[in-house]
Design a protein around this ligand. Sequence first.
Ligand code: ADP
Length: 421
Amino acid sequence: MAVMGCIADDFTGATDLAGLLARSGASVNLRIGIPEAPAGKTADFEVIALKSRTAPVGEAVSETLRALDWLKSSGADRFFWKYCSTFDSTPEGNIGPVSEALMSALGVAQTIYCPAFPENGRAIFMGNLFVGEEPLAESPMKDHPLTPMRDSNLMRLLTPQVTGEVGLANRLVVERGAAALKERLSALLADGVPHVIVDAVSDSDLAVIAEACADMGLITGGSAVAMPLPNVFRAKRLLAGGESAPIMKPVSGGSLVLSGSCSATTRAQVGTYLKQASGYRLDPLVLAEAGPEGALNWLAEQPSDAPKIVYATAEPDAVRAAQDKLGRARAGEVVEQALAACAVAARSSGISRIVVAGGESSGAVTQALGVDSLSVGAEIAPGVPWCFAHSEGREIALALKSGNFGSEDFFAGALSMLETS
Ligand code: ADP
């Protein structure tokens, strides 16, 4: 029986969460989309990856509620709703509406919102989210192609997305420990505040939050606030077993990097990898006219064992120019379709190690590969584990990287880690 059911709003978010939970030695199943079959053999933590971050609100809510039903059938009675550590959303949603729908389905009167991920430079102080030393709205997230973040204050960001009131449990409370935080949450609940942003700037803050909130029916946040939960559950004897190393499998066969993320971090990573790999740049305008043929032909000419990358990654000006001509959704769609087509062609040619940069991009690629369940391995960088799956009867290794994660040499580092394991 699963001790906790988790729902993530995109694929890389789900792998990120699964990787952090697996660090503790707990067993973690990552399901891509809602499984059709009822829950059979389950892991300690069941994680369902949706592709709902930028879906229409109604669709995001109904998919999440379907995922909840499946997770309930796995025996879980505690739930985690995982979104991006940069709170990627718009005034319409989807973070707030999905949380409210989950709360009402579970009969939960209050939940917390904690997207902090200190290891990756995401901190919340006095309700304001920081990326490194910059407030969110001054970080490169202000130029995100789908969810540009133009405010750093989580209360102001969440308020238009929910019907209930939004409150804050600030760092001064968290610093005083789990009992003080519980007291603050109860006081806010008594005042009729169902939605509480919780400050966290360090892993020790997250440990306090996990301890104070472990018995809540629903916790919401980034992946990092879930990281201490396995040990809290062990202490409560809800979870058996001790520490064990995450799985790692040597997968041979050629490699391919696919990048659809335009984040500043990914732009630097693509620039670095292009110094050692051959590359093909996808242009959304060409793709809209002529489809992915050019990329597929290029890929077919590359030696299987040579390092190579197909990327749409571009500077904000170029992204805006493509969006002005095609519309934001269409520009994203043609890129995602091309990356998916490249992944399928690569697999058919025997490539078995694929690194994808970008949440939406990863979703498109895994769907095209027909991958619906992954075992979670060791992390390449905080929040990015290698995962292992079957596609068309062959075992493949997939690294699904959220745009903002990883160091500059992430791509080469990820692939070499697999070679030496
Ligand atoms: P991240 O994890 O950085 O948010 P995503 O893959 O989730 O990356 O989102 C990036 C979106 O931008 C995708 O929908 C992708 O198709 C789109 N995109 C990528 N390159 C371009 C480009 N050159 N012009 C316009 N849109 C692009």
